[in-house]
Design a protein around this ligand. Structure first.
Ligand code: NAI
Ligand code: UGA
Length: 476
């Protein structure tokens, strides 16, 4: 069997690499319109950082895994084609700021329609609105050459960045949606056969196409909802003296609730949670379900509130002004073990501090310096990119980033931040020295013993001898 995947990104790359590893009898060609990206996949420095990915790619590349810009040949030769292109939120036109932009999916479908000379199973791997398969089907069938048959399947991806290889190898479930016809069932079986090389059959769930498409949006909405729920309670904790980690543990031990995705934070980021919930909201609005749309909108609003609240807390703690103060930002990626910065909470934190006149010293072990500058000078973030460039310095070492700063703001939970020499760091900083732990990963008691003023999410730290400042706590 020959497989082609259109879109060599965070999903297409790891997914095809694992598929090639587990299916030596299948030849997989990953194509992309970006020749730069394909060149990187064919080089020693892959375009994305993902633990374990290098090894898998090295084992399979040019054996049964190929990276190419020759999209036509790959499509022509393939029996099964994954569409794994980006589906960002629309930035203009109908549904601007909410609907998913399907222009890349559509262009992939048009390429297939134009090039295909034999039957194809076309698999939606990208996250799409419910009934997107209908549009793909429409394009393919409207341009169908005589004698060619297309089957369209939905096969959403559930991997998370930073753990993609493990998630793919040990997927909780693989979801395949298809048409409820004899041909549809046969196509589902063919795709299922690929996954059965390494996923137990009982974990391969088959549904109708629309359930599969909606389940992907629903899964991301549920995951993000848990984070917004615990983050909302973190604000209550800070105002009352409760500790959000203790609350999360107590709540999560209820087996009906479970302990995962209850880590309070500076706010969720990543390319998908916000995009997919906005997409769900847009669908609900179009279906004339305003109450449902408003319900999910609140998950996003709470995330924005959390990012703003954390940024504001930094400014208030630093005597209400950060003008000309140097502040170190540790971590810029949206989570650890990835170099991806899409929708990272660090952008909002940096934007707020820059607007207040701070100078930022930024360190992240995996994000490229150009990416950080691109993110912070984007027109949606600043009107004066030149001023931002002057106010931001990127470091390749955490100790150089924190030197002579007034405060450290930890935005990403990289393991290496836990083990830094905080005594040495304290000595090199301005006093009083502050740490704002947006991820709750540091040993706060030890930091306080060293002399740091510590602030975190969902817990009020009091320095011995200081008067309580919980203005709104009722007198008992
Ligand atoms: N990033 C993630 O962790 C996950 C993403 N998804 C979904 O998977 C899809 C892809 O996401 P990512 O891999 O993160 O995107 P990405 O932006 O990293 O990769 C998409 C690639 O598609 C290429 N492309 C776009 N149109 C093309 C065309 N017509 N022909 C050839 N190449 C084309 C782009 O050049 C790009 O390299 C999205 O729908 C996303 O929502 C789903 C699960 C996880
Ligand atoms: O569709 C997608 O793109 C993917 O989106 C998420 O994966 P991802 O965004 O890569 O990473 P997550 O681990 O879900 O983290 C997302 C954000 O939430 C934050 N988070 C996560 C968990 C938590 O308890 N608290 C919390 O703040 C993370 O730091 C990060 O900023 C989902 O977990 C995947 O199942 C899904 O396939």
């Amino acid at each position: 069997m020959k497989v082609c995947c259109i879109g060599a990104g965070y999903v297409g790359g790891p997914t095809c690499a694992v598929m090639a590893l587990k299916c030596p009898d299948i030849s997989i060609t990953l194509v992309d319109k970006s020749s730069e990206r394909i060149a990187q996949w064919n080089s020693d420095k892959l375009p994305i950082y993902e633990p374990g990915l290098d090894d898998v790619v090295k084992q399979c590349r040019n054996v049964n895994l190929f990276f190419s810009t020759d999209i036509d040949t790959a499509i022509r030769e393939a029996d099964l084609i994954f569409i794994s292109v980006n589906t960002p939120t629309k930035t203009c036109g109908n549904g601007k700021g909410r609907a998913a932009d399907l222009k890349y999916v559509e262009s992939a479908a048009r390429m297939i329609a134009e090039i295909a000379q034999s039957n194809k199973i076309v698999v939606e791997k990208s996250t799409v609105p419910v009934r997107a398969a209908e549009s793909i089907m429409h394009i393919l069938r409207a341009n169908q050459k005589p004698g060619i048959h297309y089957d369209i399947l939905s096969n959403p991806e559930f991997l998370a960045e930073g753990t993609a290889i493990n998630d793919l190898l040990n997927a909780d479930r693989v979801l395949i949606g298809g048409e409820e016809t004899t041909e549809g069932h046969k196509a589902v079986e063919k795709l299922s056969w690929i996954y059965e090389h390494w996923i137990p059959k009982k974990n391969i769930l088959t549904t109708n196409t629309w359930s599969s498409e909606l389940s992907k949006l629903a899964a991301n909405a549920f995951l993000a909802q848990r984070i917004s729920s615990i983050n909302s309670l973190s604000a209550v904790c800070e105002a009352t003296g409760a500790d959000v980690s203790e609350v999360a543990r107590a709540v999560g031990l209820d087996s009906r609730i479970g302990s995962k995705f209850l880590q309070a934070s500076v706010g969720f980021g990543g390319s998908c949670f916000q995009k997919d919930i906005l997409n769900l909201i847009y669908i609900c609005e179009n279906l004339n379900l305003p109450e449902v749309a408003a319900y999910w909108q609140q998950v996003i609003d709470m995330n924005e509130y959390q990012k703003r609240r954390f940024s504001q807390k930094i400014i208030e703690s630093l005597f209400n002004t950060v003008s000309d103060k140097r502040i170190a930002i540790l971590g810029f990626a949206f989570k650890k073990n990835t170099g991806d910065t899409r929708e990272t909470a660090a952008i909002t934190v940096c934007q707020t501090l820059l607007e207040e006149g701070a100078k930022l010293d930024i360190y992240d072990p995996k994000v490229e310096p150009e990416q950080i500058i691109d993110d912070l000078t984007h027109p949606t973030v600043t009107e004066s990119p030149e001023n931002v460039k002057k106010a931001v310095q990127i470091h390749s070492d955490p100790y150089s980033a924190v030197r002579s700063t007034h405060a450290i703001v930890l935005c990403t939970e990289w393991d290496e931040f836990v083990d830094l020499d905080y005594r040495r760091i304290y000595q090199s900083m301005m006093k009083p020295a502050y740490i704002f732990d947006g991820r709750k990963i540091l040993d706060h008691e030890r930091l306080q013993q060293i002399g740091f003023h510590v602030q975190t999410i969902g817990k009020k730290y009091q320095r011995a001898g200081l008067l309580r400042s919980w203005g709104i706590v009722p007198q008992l």
